[in-house]
Design a binder for this molecule. Sequence first.
Ligand SMILES: [Zn+2]
Length: 387
Amino acid sequence: MLTFAEGGGAEAKIPALHVSAEVAEALLPGYSEQVAQLDAGEVPPAAGESRTAVLNANVVREKGTAHNVLGLVRGREHGRVLVIGAHFDHLGRGGSGSLAPAGEQGEIHNGADDNASGTATVLEIARCLAAGEPPACDVLLALWSGEELGLLGSEHWARSPTIPLERIAANLNLDMVGRAGGGKLSVLGAGSAQPFSLLLTSAGPRAKLQLDVSLSGQGVGGSDHQTFLKREIPALHFFSGLHSDYHRPSDDSERFESEGAARVAALVLDLVDDLAGTKELAFVPPPKEAPGATPGGFKTRFGSIPDYAFDGTGMRLDGTSPGGPAEKAGLLRGDVIVGVGDLKVDGLGDFMHVLNTHKPGDVVRVRFLRDGGEESCQVTLESSQVE
Ligand SMILES: [Zn+2]
């Protein structure tokens, strides 16, 4: 009998298990050889022997308490508020988000770049704002929890905001800014408000940073700025790039480039004054990522934004992508999808599985709950390449 280590992060209501190549070989002798043949482009001979395995799994949904840390610096004007945020959670000893190499699994992941760097930079910005003249507008400094588990902290705040969302002019999100020592920094989401690009063009050199500005709001893995973008609040994500220590125990303090982070702090402080004085800061939907960059590699596109925090039966929509199949079919934020075609959808995992069994152009009947009743609609799936 084999026992399985506990997993995490899966939304599926169906137990899913994965095994190492060694275990697969023990269960099915010849497995490794067949995989090697497939990798070499050869067609292995059909498997002769079939085996049966019995699996037992307990799905336990764990809950815990976490805290966001907020601070407000009063400005000269109180009409608009800028939210400067960074997540301060990381991966603990690893878990499903870890990329730790064999031999380092279970070690503490300090997350110096992801995201002690953003946390420290927000604290430095707070210190400067509190020490100097009052800023041009109110600034909410936010350290979010639960980002690595699916933007839980910022999402919670946005659902029960301490300041009415109508007053939030923009979000500046610092997630991984600890590798900007070479003077290079990426800024994502510049397409979410018209003045962003121009402001960044002049603010970058003032902070001695060479900015790689992307109009799209999509980044690697997503981060807390997306909580704001989906509520049509302009948002920028500052990011000094991926590296080989990402989500590994080796992401530690000796590789933190404080000189670069200080420049990021200067850049954000500069932008506070610029943004407070900019008259027109209306939200514009930013363009999607470049074709082929869709995370997860789904071939079909449904155009929905799942509610990751929903733990009922089905998949609740947190929104739909503009012009996407779900929006065209009339699906709305709050709808809970419970079936596609003849198949039941118990959760997000089921939904993705069902989506993967279809191809672009397929028309599927989607059953969903709205206002206590079940309704259905036809959705024409598109190719994810159009995104
Ligand atoms: Zn992060």
